[in-house]
Design a protein around this ligand. Structure first.
Ligand code: GAP
Length: 439
């Protein structure tokens, strides 16, 4: 067991770099602050987090459809959504050391957290978090565009398109996974708060009178999603926002919070956005964004319940929840106890030796497994060290091909958590693993 404190944080950051989960972006140029690249193992974990979200939010529901909207958008979208006026953080500068901070995150508002000087912080000014750039070759005001700070607005601006083409009717939702960008004043805590990140968002459109009920529904569903994928109950909680914390569009918000090494912090916000966004876009664009119920002939602007999660932040939380160390026969073993649905590799095929007579059947076994699961293949080093390497990246099963395989056409399946080994005929391997994974 590793204590849930700085030790855990450092160990996870260290493992992430060492094993290829996350690299600092542009590292060969000294790194680019607070931007990260997902390496060969990290990209698999991140993809699995997103796939599990998509599976539960779109594939397994009859009332949600998907969308992939553009990242660049014109100022009109952000004017209508209220982001140009309201998507700001209070920024203070230290006159002593020049560092900048978010005033609302200061423990002691009179002291600079960087240099410790007191009375040196300026008055707060509102800093808009949106990244602005220019479309086309001319850098003029008319060519200004924004990188989206949330994926949500794509769902609102496409509301009529989706309604007309999907034949869905409220209650129904539009889901999207994609990159968002925020010019955060104080990015930090590794990939927890970055300027470029991925979100997984659902906008769920409901009849206005049903919005409170749907809000409760989504709080419950989303909390259970994390628990089902292995987050420990005692490190997960739902916390309702105080009135002064609410975003400009929200009537009520509850956060799903995870107990990070630095304390409780947000993984996801579930907000009741009312009809704020649809109304604002209808007014600004002149397009009707409403629903006519053919049964009652009633016309209304749907209200929106929005579960909005961060994919990159959530992947990091799963890593922290899964990280474990234990002593095995006098040696320390690091093991990521990730749910098999999230583990970067579901299995690894390991020939006991590099000899060609073992490599050939190992490749055959690999070929049997690859159509079903993401597999690693490793023929270097002693087998014990290879098991440890797989434990460290959370691979649930190692499949070992040894010299006996040549006689009995069976292999050994080793379990990551119990380390128990079982002999299984190659012909039964896929069914055997499928049964153990319950997929
Ligand atoms: N559409 C609503 C919305 O964007 P949010 O609470 O600002 O709400 C939703 O963002 C989620 O996106 C957060 O709970 C968090 O997981 C993730 N997120 C937000 N800002 C982030 C950042 N700078 N770095 C990483 N993840 C971030």
């Amino acid at each position: 067991m590793v204590p849930n404190d700085e030790t855990l944080f450092d160990k996870v950051v260290n493992l992430s770099k060492r094993r290829g989960f996350v690299f600092q972006s542009a590292e060969i140029y000294g790194g680019f602050r607070s931007t990260y690249d997902y390496g060969p193992i990290g990209v698999l974990l991140l993809r699995n987090v997103k796939d599990q979200w998509w599976r539960s939010m779109v594939q397994m529901r009859h009332d949600v459809v998907g969308l992939d909207a553009s990242i660049l958008s014109p100022p009109a979208v952000w004017e209508a959504s209220g982001h140009l006026a309201n998507f700001t953080d209070p920024l203070v500068d230290c006159r002593e050391c020049g560092d900048r901070h978010r005033e609302d995150k200061l423990v002691d508002p009179s002291t600079c957290p960087s240099c410790g000087a007191t009375g040196t912080l300026t008055e707060a000014r509102q800093f808009n978090l949106m990244f602005k750039t220019h479309a086309g070759p001319v850098t003029e005001t008319a060519a200004e565009v924004y990188l989206r700070p949330e994926t949500a607005q794509g769902m609102f601006t496409n509301f009529a398109n989706v309604l007309n083409t999907s034949r869905k009717r409220p209650p129904f939702g539009i889901a999207q996974i994609g990159k968002s960008f925020r010019n955060e004043i104080t990015p930090g805590n590794f990939v927890f708060r970055t300027r470029e990140f991925e979100q997984m968002e659902l906008e769920f459109f409901v009849p206005p009178d049903d919005s409170d009920e749907w809000f409760e529904h989504w709080c419950e569903v989303r909390r259970n999603w994390y628990l089902d994928l292995g987050m420990p109950d005692d490190r997960l909680r739902l916390r309702a926002h105080e009135g002064d914390e609410l975003s400009h569009y929200s009537k009520a918000t509850s956060d799903v919070e995870f107990l990070f090494p630095w304390g409780w912090d947000e993984l996801e916000g579930i907000a009741n956005r009312t009809d704020f966004d649809l109304r604002r876009h209808a007014e600004a664009s002149g397009t009707r964004l409403e629903y006519l119920d053919p049964a009652t002939n009633e016309k209304y602007v749907p209200h929106v319940i929005e579960p909005a999660a961060g994919a990159t932040r959530t992947a990091m939380a799963f890593l922290m929840a899964a990280y474990d160390e234990e002593e095995v026969r006098g040696e320390q073993r690091t093991v990521l106890r990730l749910d098999p649905r999230l583990a970067p590799y579901t299995m690894a095929v390991l020939p006991l030796s590099k000899k060609p007579e073992l490599v050939e059947p190992s490749r055959e076994v690999l070929g049997l497994l690859q159509p079903h699961w993401m597999c690693d293949y490793d023929e270097t080093q002693a087998i014990g060290r290879r098991y440890r390497r797989q434990d460290e990246i959370g691979t649930p099963f190692c499949v070992t091909v040894d010299f006996e395989t040549l006689d009995d056409r069976a292999i050994t399946v080793r379990d990551r958590d119990s380390m128990e080994q079982e002999r299984v005929p190659i012909d039964e391997l896929v069914d055997h693993l499928r049964a153990r994974l319950r997929t």
